[in-house]
Design a protein around this ligand. Structure first.
Ligand SMILES: Cc1cc2nc3c(=O)[nH]c(=O)nc-3n(C[C@H](O)[C@H](O)[C@H](O)COP(=O)(O)OP(=O)(O)OC[C@H]3O[C@@H](n4cnc5c(N)ncnc54)[C@H](O)[C@@H]3O)c2cc1C
Length: 396
Protein backbone atom coordinates (compact mmCIF):
# COMPACT_ATOMS: atom_id res chain seq x y z
CA UNK A 1 0.00 0.00 0.00
CA UNK A 2 1.17 3.50 -0.86
CA UNK A 3 2.84 5.38 1.95
CA UNK A 4 1.20 8.69 2.88
CA UNK A 5 2.62 11.76 4.53
CA UNK A 6 -0.27 12.12 6.91
CA UNK A 7 -2.92 9.64 8.06
CA UNK A 8 -5.96 10.97 9.87
CA UNK A 9 -8.06 8.66 12.07
CA UNK A 10 -11.73 9.71 12.32
CA UNK A 11 -13.81 11.62 9.78
CA UNK A 12 -15.71 13.75 12.25
CA UNK A 13 -15.55 17.49 11.58
CA UNK A 14 -12.07 17.83 13.11
CA UNK A 15 -10.54 14.90 11.21
CA UNK A 16 -12.15 15.98 7.94
CA UNK A 17 -10.87 19.55 8.33
CA UNK A 18 -7.39 18.30 9.36
CA UNK A 19 -7.25 16.07 6.27
CA UNK A 20 -8.39 18.88 3.97
CA UNK A 21 -5.93 21.37 5.48
CA UNK A 22 -3.05 18.90 4.96
CA UNK A 23 -4.19 18.07 1.41
CA UNK A 24 -4.45 21.76 0.52
CA UNK A 25 -0.82 22.17 1.62
CA UNK A 26 0.10 19.55 -0.97
CA UNK A 27 0.49 16.42 1.18
CA UNK A 28 -0.58 12.86 0.43
CA UNK A 29 -3.32 12.26 2.98
CA UNK A 30 -5.51 9.34 3.95
CA UNK A 31 -8.59 9.65 6.17
CA UNK A 32 -9.95 6.52 7.89
CA UNK A 33 -13.46 6.44 9.35
CA UNK A 34 -14.84 3.54 11.40
CA UNK A 35 -18.49 4.12 10.44
CA UNK A 36 -20.04 3.72 6.97
CA UNK A 37 -21.22 7.33 6.92
CA UNK A 38 -20.89 10.65 8.73
CA UNK A 39 -22.84 10.78 12.00
CA UNK A 40 -25.59 13.39 11.68
CA UNK A 41 -26.85 13.42 15.29
CA UNK A 42 -27.42 16.95 16.64
CA UNK A 43 -24.18 18.08 18.23
CA UNK A 44 -22.16 21.21 17.40
CA UNK A 45 -23.58 23.99 15.29
CA UNK A 46 -22.18 27.25 16.69
CA UNK A 47 -19.15 28.26 14.65
CA UNK A 48 -17.12 31.11 16.14
CA UNK A 49 -15.40 33.92 14.17
CA UNK A 50 -11.82 32.50 14.25
CA UNK A 51 -13.15 29.16 12.99
CA UNK A 52 -14.95 30.98 10.16
CA UNK A 53 -11.58 32.57 9.28
CA UNK A 54 -10.09 29.05 8.96
CA UNK A 55 -13.02 27.83 6.85
CA UNK A 56 -12.52 30.84 4.59
CA UNK A 57 -8.83 29.89 4.29
CA UNK A 58 -9.92 26.41 3.18
CA UNK A 59 -12.36 27.79 0.61
CA UNK A 60 -15.42 26.43 2.44
CA UNK A 61 -16.98 29.64 3.69
CA UNK A 62 -19.50 30.33 0.88
CA UNK A 63 -21.03 26.86 1.16
CA UNK A 64 -20.86 26.98 4.96
CA UNK A 65 -22.83 30.23 5.06
CA UNK A 66 -25.32 28.94 2.49
CA UNK A 67 -26.27 25.87 4.56
CA UNK A 68 -26.26 27.61 7.95
CA UNK A 69 -27.75 30.59 9.77
CA UNK A 70 -25.86 33.76 10.58
CA UNK A 71 -26.38 34.82 14.18
CA UNK A 72 -25.03 38.21 15.27
CA UNK A 73 -26.22 38.11 18.85
CA UNK A 74 -26.72 35.81 21.80
CA UNK A 75 -28.93 36.35 24.81
CA UNK A 76 -29.19 35.36 28.47
CA UNK A 77 -32.67 34.74 29.88
CA UNK A 78 -34.21 34.02 33.25
CA UNK A 79 -36.11 30.87 32.40
CA UNK A 80 -38.48 30.97 35.38
CA UNK A 81 -40.03 34.26 34.25
CA UNK A 82 -39.08 33.88 30.57
CA UNK A 83 -37.54 37.36 30.57
CA UNK A 84 -34.41 38.50 28.79
CA UNK A 85 -31.49 39.53 31.03
CA UNK A 86 -28.87 40.71 28.53
CA UNK A 87 -27.87 40.57 24.89
CA UNK A 88 -24.35 40.40 23.44
CA UNK A 89 -23.66 41.57 19.90
CA UNK A 90 -20.75 40.25 17.81
CA UNK A 91 -20.90 43.45 15.75
CA UNK A 92 -18.66 44.83 18.55
CA UNK A 93 -15.91 42.61 17.10
CA UNK A 94 -15.90 44.39 13.75
CA UNK A 95 -12.31 45.36 13.01
CA UNK A 96 -11.03 42.34 14.96
CA UNK A 97 -12.27 39.78 12.44
CA UNK A 98 -13.82 39.62 8.97
CA UNK A 99 -16.65 37.60 10.54
CA UNK A 100 -18.30 39.57 13.38
CA UNK A 101 -20.97 36.89 13.92
CA UNK A 102 -21.31 33.17 14.49
CA UNK A 103 -22.78 30.75 11.99
CA UNK A 104 -25.09 27.99 13.12
CA UNK A 105 -24.20 25.12 10.77
CA UNK A 106 -24.60 21.52 11.90
CA UNK A 107 -21.28 19.70 12.26
CA UNK A 108 -22.11 16.84 9.88
CA UNK A 109 -22.44 19.40 7.09
CA UNK A 110 -18.88 20.57 7.73
CA UNK A 111 -17.50 17.02 7.74
CA UNK A 112 -19.29 16.17 4.49
CA UNK A 113 -18.22 19.43 2.87
CA UNK A 114 -14.54 18.88 3.69
CA UNK A 115 -14.65 15.21 2.60
CA UNK A 116 -16.26 16.13 -0.73
CA UNK A 117 -13.17 18.21 -1.51
CA UNK A 118 -10.71 15.45 -0.63
CA UNK A 119 -11.60 13.08 -3.44
CA UNK A 120 -12.59 9.42 -3.11
CA UNK A 121 -9.02 8.11 -3.22
CA UNK A 122 -8.19 9.56 0.16
CA UNK A 123 -11.21 8.59 2.29
CA UNK A 124 -12.08 5.10 3.54
CA UNK A 125 -15.37 4.46 5.37
CA UNK A 126 -15.82 1.31 7.46
CA UNK A 127 -12.09 1.36 8.38
CA UNK A 128 -11.83 1.16 12.15
CA UNK A 129 -8.28 1.61 13.42
CA UNK A 130 -7.38 -0.96 16.07
CA UNK A 131 -3.58 -1.07 16.11
CA UNK A 132 -0.78 1.42 15.81
CA UNK A 133 3.02 0.99 15.74
CA UNK A 134 5.63 3.69 15.34
CA UNK A 135 9.41 4.01 15.06
CA UNK A 136 11.74 6.83 14.06
CA UNK A 137 10.83 6.42 10.38
CA UNK A 138 7.04 6.38 10.46
CA UNK A 139 3.76 4.95 11.76
CA UNK A 140 1.88 1.80 10.74
CA UNK A 141 -1.83 1.50 11.38
CA UNK A 142 -3.98 -1.62 11.15
CA UNK A 143 -7.75 -1.62 10.78
CA UNK A 144 -10.32 -4.12 12.05
CA UNK A 145 -10.86 -5.32 8.46
CA UNK A 146 -7.15 -6.29 8.22
CA UNK A 147 -6.08 -3.37 5.98
CA UNK A 148 -2.78 -1.68 6.83
CA UNK A 149 -1.56 1.86 6.14
CA UNK A 150 1.80 3.57 6.60
CA UNK A 151 2.43 7.25 7.11
CA UNK A 152 5.03 9.72 8.27
CA UNK A 153 2.61 11.17 10.84
CA UNK A 154 -0.80 10.26 12.28
CA UNK A 155 -3.50 12.64 13.52
CA UNK A 156 -5.88 10.94 15.97
CA UNK A 157 -9.19 12.78 15.55
CA UNK A 158 -11.32 9.82 16.60
CA UNK A 159 -13.49 11.54 19.20
CA UNK A 160 -13.90 11.43 22.97
CA UNK A 161 -13.49 7.65 23.21
CA UNK A 162 -10.38 7.83 21.01
CA UNK A 163 -8.79 4.46 20.24
CA UNK A 164 -5.62 6.30 19.20
CA UNK A 165 -5.37 7.98 22.62
CA UNK A 166 -5.88 4.62 24.35
CA UNK A 167 -3.34 2.85 22.10
CA UNK A 168 -0.82 5.55 23.01
CA UNK A 169 -1.57 4.98 26.70
CA UNK A 170 -2.36 8.66 27.30
CA UNK A 171 -4.52 9.47 30.32
CA UNK A 172 -7.76 11.45 29.84
CA UNK A 173 -7.78 13.56 32.98
CA UNK A 174 -10.90 15.23 34.37
CA UNK A 175 -14.42 14.28 35.37
CA UNK A 176 -17.90 13.38 34.13
CA UNK A 177 -20.92 15.45 35.24
CA UNK A 178 -23.56 13.42 37.12
CA UNK A 179 -26.42 14.82 35.02
CA UNK A 180 -26.84 14.31 31.25
CA UNK A 181 -27.91 16.76 28.57
CA UNK A 182 -31.10 16.19 26.61
CA UNK A 183 -31.53 17.74 23.15
CA UNK A 184 -35.10 18.14 21.87
CA UNK A 185 -35.38 19.16 18.21
CA UNK A 186 -38.62 20.90 17.32
CA UNK A 187 -40.13 23.08 14.62
CA UNK A 188 -41.78 25.41 17.14
CA UNK A 189 -40.73 28.98 16.30
CA UNK A 190 -39.27 30.42 19.52
CA UNK A 191 -38.17 33.67 17.86
CA UNK A 192 -41.77 34.45 16.89
CA UNK A 193 -43.20 33.28 20.23
CA UNK A 194 -40.67 34.74 22.67
CA UNK A 195 -38.75 37.33 20.67
CA UNK A 196 -35.48 35.51 21.30
CA UNK A 197 -32.53 35.33 18.89
CA UNK A 198 -30.89 32.23 17.37
CA UNK A 199 -28.69 31.52 20.47
CA UNK A 200 -30.22 31.77 23.92
CA UNK A 201 -29.00 30.69 27.35
CA UNK A 202 -31.88 30.38 29.84
CA UNK A 203 -30.82 30.16 33.48
CA UNK A 204 -32.79 28.23 36.08
CA UNK A 205 -31.63 26.68 39.38
CA UNK A 206 -33.38 23.36 38.75
CA UNK A 207 -33.55 23.00 35.00
CA UNK A 208 -31.92 25.42 32.57
CA UNK A 209 -32.49 25.45 28.80
CA UNK A 210 -30.34 26.54 25.88
CA UNK A 211 -32.21 27.31 22.70
CA UNK A 212 -30.62 27.39 19.24
CA UNK A 213 -31.94 27.70 15.77
CA UNK A 214 -30.27 25.66 13.01
CA UNK A 215 -31.07 25.47 9.32
CA UNK A 216 -31.66 21.70 9.12
CA UNK A 217 -30.81 19.61 6.05
CA UNK A 218 -33.88 21.00 4.27
CA UNK A 219 -32.81 24.58 5.19
CA UNK A 220 -36.34 25.18 6.51
CA UNK A 221 -35.14 25.85 10.05
CA UNK A 222 -35.65 24.04 13.35
CA UNK A 223 -34.82 24.60 16.99
CA UNK A 224 -32.73 22.63 19.41
CA UNK A 225 -33.65 22.94 23.06
CA UNK A 226 -30.87 21.59 25.32
CA UNK A 227 -31.75 20.75 28.96
CA UNK A 228 -29.92 19.29 31.92
CA UNK A 229 -31.55 16.13 33.27
CA UNK A 230 -32.04 15.54 36.99
CA UNK A 231 -29.19 13.55 38.54
CA UNK A 232 -31.59 10.73 39.50
CA UNK A 233 -33.53 10.79 36.21
CA UNK A 234 -33.37 7.54 34.22
CA UNK A 235 -32.83 7.53 30.44
CA UNK A 236 -36.31 6.08 30.04
CA UNK A 237 -37.87 8.92 32.03
CA UNK A 238 -35.90 11.67 30.28
CA UNK A 239 -36.86 10.32 26.86
CA UNK A 240 -40.51 9.62 27.69
CA UNK A 241 -43.20 11.47 25.75
CA UNK A 242 -44.70 12.90 28.93
CA UNK A 243 -41.48 14.35 30.27
CA UNK A 244 -40.41 15.77 26.89
CA UNK A 245 -43.77 17.48 26.49
CA UNK A 246 -43.53 18.79 30.05
CA UNK A 247 -40.07 20.18 29.33
CA UNK A 248 -41.36 21.96 26.23
CA UNK A 249 -44.26 23.38 28.26
CA UNK A 250 -41.74 25.04 30.60
CA UNK A 251 -40.33 27.08 27.73
CA UNK A 252 -43.67 28.40 26.58
CA UNK A 253 -44.60 25.83 23.88
CA UNK A 254 -48.41 25.53 23.83
CA UNK A 255 -49.95 22.07 24.29
CA UNK A 256 -50.99 21.67 20.65
CA UNK A 257 -47.42 22.33 19.42
CA UNK A 258 -45.38 20.04 21.69
CA UNK A 259 -44.52 17.55 18.93
CA UNK A 260 -40.81 17.07 18.35
CA UNK A 261 -38.56 15.76 15.59
CA UNK A 262 -35.68 14.12 17.50
CA UNK A 263 -34.42 13.37 21.00
CA UNK A 264 -30.81 12.86 22.04
CA UNK A 265 -29.33 12.22 25.45
CA UNK A 266 -25.60 12.86 26.05
CA UNK A 267 -23.16 12.16 28.84
CA UNK A 268 -21.13 15.27 29.54
CA UNK A 269 -17.47 15.41 30.55
CA UNK A 270 -14.67 17.87 31.25
CA UNK A 271 -11.46 16.06 30.33
CA UNK A 272 -8.10 16.91 28.78
CA UNK A 273 -5.52 14.37 27.58
CA UNK A 274 -2.31 14.45 29.63
CA UNK A 275 -0.39 14.71 26.32
CA UNK A 276 -1.46 15.82 22.84
CA UNK A 277 1.45 14.04 21.14
CA UNK A 278 3.48 10.88 21.40
CA UNK A 279 6.27 10.63 18.84
CA UNK A 280 4.76 10.85 15.35
CA UNK A 281 1.16 10.63 16.55
CA UNK A 282 -0.95 13.67 17.55
CA UNK A 283 -4.36 14.05 19.19
CA UNK A 284 -6.81 16.61 17.90
CA UNK A 285 -10.39 17.65 18.75
CA UNK A 286 -12.46 15.52 21.13
CA UNK A 287 -9.72 12.87 21.17
CA UNK A 288 -7.62 15.45 23.04
CA UNK A 289 -10.31 17.15 25.14
CA UNK A 290 -14.03 17.12 25.88
CA UNK A 291 -16.20 19.69 27.62
CA UNK A 292 -19.82 20.58 28.20
CA UNK A 293 -21.29 22.26 25.12
CA UNK A 294 -22.49 25.48 26.82
CA UNK A 295 -20.88 28.34 24.90
CA UNK A 296 -20.18 26.32 21.74
CA UNK A 297 -16.42 25.90 22.13
CA UNK A 298 -15.43 22.21 21.85
CA UNK A 299 -15.53 21.69 18.11
CA UNK A 300 -14.25 25.20 17.46
CA UNK A 301 -11.11 24.55 19.50
CA UNK A 302 -10.63 21.23 17.68
CA UNK A 303 -10.67 22.96 14.32
CA UNK A 304 -8.14 25.53 15.54
CA UNK A 305 -5.88 22.63 16.53
CA UNK A 306 -6.32 20.87 13.18
CA UNK A 307 -5.35 24.05 11.31
CA UNK A 308 -2.35 24.69 13.57
CA UNK A 309 -1.12 21.08 13.39
CA UNK A 310 -1.44 20.94 9.59
CA UNK A 311 0.80 23.98 9.31
CA UNK A 312 3.43 22.59 11.74
CA UNK A 313 3.55 19.21 9.96
CA UNK A 314 3.77 21.01 6.62
CA UNK A 315 6.89 22.89 7.69
CA UNK A 316 8.59 19.70 8.90
CA UNK A 317 7.66 17.56 5.88
CA UNK A 318 8.84 20.27 3.49
CA UNK A 319 12.12 20.61 5.39
CA UNK A 320 11.44 24.22 6.37
CA UNK A 321 11.71 23.38 10.10
CA UNK A 322 13.14 20.61 12.25
CA UNK A 323 11.00 18.15 14.17
CA UNK A 324 11.46 20.19 17.36
CA UNK A 325 8.83 22.61 16.08
CA UNK A 326 6.24 19.84 16.61
CA UNK A 327 6.69 20.22 20.37
CA UNK A 328 4.92 23.58 20.12
CA UNK A 329 1.65 21.79 19.30
CA UNK A 330 1.10 20.40 22.80
CA UNK A 331 2.90 23.28 24.52
CA UNK A 332 0.53 25.77 22.89
CA UNK A 333 -2.74 23.89 22.54
CA UNK A 334 -3.09 22.09 25.85
CA UNK A 335 -2.90 25.23 28.07
CA UNK A 336 -5.20 27.12 25.67
CA UNK A 337 -7.81 24.40 25.93
CA UNK A 338 -7.65 24.39 29.72
CA UNK A 339 -7.77 28.18 30.06
CA UNK A 340 -10.29 29.08 27.38
CA UNK A 341 -12.43 26.02 26.78
CA UNK A 342 -12.52 24.06 30.04
CA UNK A 343 -12.66 27.10 32.33
CA UNK A 344 -15.25 28.99 30.28
CA UNK A 345 -17.58 26.04 29.77
CA UNK A 346 -17.54 25.18 33.49
CA UNK A 347 -18.23 28.87 34.32
CA UNK A 348 -21.01 28.99 31.70
CA UNK A 349 -22.69 25.98 33.29
CA UNK A 350 -22.43 27.47 36.80
CA UNK A 351 -23.92 30.74 35.58
CA UNK A 352 -26.99 28.91 34.29
CA UNK A 353 -27.62 26.73 37.32
CA UNK A 354 -26.81 29.06 40.24
CA UNK A 355 -29.14 28.10 43.11
CA UNK A 356 -28.46 30.74 45.76
CA UNK A 357 -30.94 33.64 45.10
CA UNK A 358 -28.60 36.51 46.03
CA UNK A 359 -25.77 35.04 43.97
CA UNK A 360 -28.14 34.44 41.08
CA UNK A 361 -29.33 38.06 41.15
CA UNK A 362 -25.70 39.18 41.28
CA UNK A 363 -24.81 37.10 38.22
CA UNK A 364 -27.76 38.56 36.29
CA UNK A 365 -26.71 42.07 37.31
CA UNK A 366 -23.13 41.39 36.18
CA UNK A 367 -24.39 40.29 32.78
CA UNK A 368 -26.52 43.44 32.42
CA UNK A 369 -23.62 45.69 33.40
CA UNK A 370 -21.23 43.90 31.07
CA UNK A 371 -23.65 44.21 28.15
CA UNK A 372 -24.07 47.95 28.85
CA UNK A 373 -20.35 48.71 29.06
CA UNK A 374 -18.79 48.79 25.54
CA UNK A 375 -15.26 47.84 26.67
CA UNK A 376 -16.39 44.96 28.91
CA UNK A 377 -18.92 43.82 26.31
CA UNK A 378 -16.15 43.53 23.71
CA UNK A 379 -13.69 41.90 26.14
CA UNK A 380 -16.29 39.28 27.05
CA UNK A 381 -16.90 38.50 23.37
CA UNK A 382 -13.18 38.34 22.56
CA UNK A 383 -12.88 35.54 25.10
CA UNK A 384 -16.20 33.81 24.43
CA UNK A 385 -15.57 33.73 20.66
CA UNK A 386 -12.05 32.27 21.14
CA UNK A 387 -10.58 35.27 19.26
CA UNK A 388 -8.45 36.05 22.33
CA UNK A 389 -7.09 32.49 22.48
CA UNK A 390 -6.39 32.58 18.74
CA UNK A 391 -4.34 35.76 19.17
CA UNK A 392 -2.45 34.13 22.06
CA UNK A 393 -1.74 31.05 19.92
CA UNK A 394 -0.07 33.23 17.28
CA UNK A 395 2.20 34.78 19.93
CA UNK A 396 3.28 31.48 21.57
C1 LIG B 1 -25.33 18.52 22.37
C2 LIG B 1 -23.99 18.99 21.92
C3 LIG B 1 -23.86 20.27 21.38
C4 LIG B 1 -22.60 20.74 20.99
N1 LIG B 1 -22.50 21.99 20.50
C5 LIG B 1 -21.30 22.51 20.16
C6 LIG B 1 -21.18 23.81 19.56
O1 LIG B 1 -22.18 24.50 19.32
N2 LIG B 1 -19.94 24.26 19.22
C7 LIG B 1 -18.81 23.50 19.47
O2 LIG B 1 -17.70 23.99 19.17
N3 LIG B 1 -18.89 22.24 19.97
C8 LIG B 1 -20.10 21.72 20.33
N4 LIG B 1 -20.20 20.42 20.78
C9 LIG B 1 -19.01 19.56 20.82
C10 LIG B 1 -18.76 18.90 19.45
O3 LIG B 1 -19.87 18.14 19.05
C11 LIG B 1 -17.52 18.04 19.47
O4 LIG B 1 -16.46 18.81 20.01
C12 LIG B 1 -17.16 17.52 18.06
O5 LIG B 1 -18.00 16.49 17.64
C13 LIG B 1 -15.73 17.02 18.01
O6 LIG B 1 -15.43 16.60 16.70
P1 LIG B 1 -14.34 15.49 16.45
O7 LIG B 1 -14.22 15.40 14.97
O8 LIG B 1 -13.15 15.76 17.29
O9 LIG B 1 -14.97 14.14 17.07
P2 LIG B 1 -16.26 13.33 16.61
O10 LIG B 1 -17.29 14.24 16.06
O11 LIG B 1 -16.63 12.48 17.76
O12 LIG B 1 -15.74 12.42 15.42
C14 LIG B 1 -14.86 11.33 15.64
C15 LIG B 1 -14.95 10.38 14.43
O13 LIG B 1 -13.99 9.35 14.59
C16 LIG B 1 -14.57 8.11 14.24
N5 LIG B 1 -13.83 7.04 14.93
C17 LIG B 1 -13.87 6.71 16.24
N6 LIG B 1 -13.02 5.71 16.51
C18 LIG B 1 -12.42 5.40 15.33
C19 LIG B 1 -11.44 4.43 14.96
N7 LIG B 1 -10.90 3.60 15.87
N8 LIG B 1 -11.04 4.36 13.67
C20 LIG B 1 -11.56 5.21 12.73
N9 LIG B 1 -12.51 6.14 13.04
C21 LIG B 1 -12.92 6.23 14.32
C22 LIG B 1 -16.01 8.24 14.70
O14 LIG B 1 -16.86 7.31 14.05
C23 LIG B 1 -16.31 9.69 14.34
O15 LIG B 1 -16.79 9.82 13.02
C24 LIG B 1 -21.45 19.91 21.15
C25 LIG B 1 -21.58 18.61 21.65
C26 LIG B 1 -22.84 18.15 22.04
C27 LIG B 1 -22.96 16.74 22.56
Amino acid sequence: MQRRNILVVGAGPVGAVAALACARLGHRVVLLEAQQRIDDSPRASTTQPPTLEILAGLGLIEEYLRVGLVSRTFQFWDRGTLTRIAEFDFERLRGETDFPFVVQTEQHKLANMAIARLGDASVFFGFKVIELRQDEKGVSVRCENGEEFHADYVIGADGGRSTVRKLLGIEFEGFTWPERFLVITTKFDFAAALGCCFRNYMADPDEWTNLFKVAGDDLKGRWRAVYNTRKDETDEEALSEASVRARLSRIYVPESQRDYLHLNLYNVHQRVARHFRKGRVFLCGDAAHVNNPIGGLGLNSGIHEAWDLASLLDKVIKGEATEEILDTYEARRRPLNIEYVQEQTVANKKRLEEREPAQRAKRFQELREMADDPARHKAFLMKASLLESTRRAIRT
